[in-house]
Ligand binder design. Structure first.
Ligand code: PEP
Length: 273
């Protein structure tokens, strides 16, 4: 009898629709070191109104830490959740100027951004520090958003896959399943952050698929298929739809455009093809 060769599944071919994969899109605003408490309050109030009718996606804002408790009061009970931009790896201690996971959690946060390229560049954060911070976040009951991404020099030298693979392997390995399921990855090519240069949807998709492949090697394929991988780097109202149409792009980490309620609410209301 003729031997039948198994046909690749839609998932193996990489064409399975995101909607069937149960990855809830996440649109996250990183306010960086912008907005005083009254300005944060005003932005959160305006955004709350503009996104009130949005469902089927998670909306996140990450104000400066000094404004977290105020913003938490404003968005309580709405479809917007709260995140911090950084945390310390220790639970508590003599670390002047730092904030711990338990403090961030108590301020009303669900998420925390870890290893943003600005923290790697200006504050010397290594993959080891990122890994320690990720573990601290999970211990505190927070969902970590771990940022990875190559510099322009690394891309031009064709080292971008190598760099991102190292950041993933050294940054997010050794998690138990329950913790792994809370992990979010943000791919942010450094050359695209705050520069107005966005990775093309094809460039971003290529790296997102690569990251998912590395995750499936470290963990396994079904777990890697559950992980949300966000794109960050000059995300704007006019490029979000094409980025979100890519099969492995599950959301955005948005800097500049998250500081304007009208722009961020349009990003949140993206329409994928
Ligand atoms: C960011 O802050 O992570 C970011 C991607 O910034 P921007 O959207 O301004 O490039």
């Amino acid at each position: 009898m003729e031997q039948q060769t198994a046909k690749p599944t839609e998932r193996e071919k990489g064409v399975e629709k995101k909607s069937t994969l149960q990855r809830t899109p996440l649109l996250a605003g990183n306010w960086k070191m912008y907005k005083t408490v009254s300005e944060s309050e005003a932005l959160a109030k305006e955004l709350k109104q503009l996104v009130a009718g949005v469902s089927g996606r998670e909306i996140l804002i990450c104000p400066p830490s000094i404004n977290l408790t105020k913003v938490s009061e404003i968005i309580m009970g709405t479809n917007i959740c709260l995140g911090a931009q950084n945390l310390h790896w220790a639970n508590e201690g003599a670390f002047t100027g730092e904030l711990s996971g338990p403090m961030i959690k108590a301020a009303g946060c669900k998420y925390v951004i870890i290893g943003h390229s600005e923290r790697r560049q200006y504050f010397g954060e290594t993959d080891k520090i990122v890994n320690d911070k990720m573990n601290a976040a999970l211990k505190a009951g927070l969902f970590p958003i771990v940022c990875v991404g190559e510099t322009l020099e690394e891309r031009e030298a064709n080292n971008h896959f190598k760099v991102v693979e190292r950041q993933i392997r050294d940054g997010v390995s050794n998690l138990v399943k329950e913790d792994y399921l809370k992990l979010v990855i943000a791919y942010e090519p450094v050359w695209a952050i705050g520069t107005g240069k966005t990775a093309s949807p094809a460039q971003a998709q290529e790296m997102h698929a690569f990251i998912r492949k590395i995750l499936s090697q470290i963990y396994n394929e079904p777990l890697a298929q559950k992980t949300r991988i966000l794109y960050g780097g000059s995300v704007k109202p006019d490029n979000i739809d094409s980025l979100m149409s890519q099969p492995d792009i599950d959301g955005g980490l948005v800097g500049g455009a998250s500081l304007k309620a009208a722009d961020f609410s349009r990003i949140v209301a993206y329409q994928a093809a």
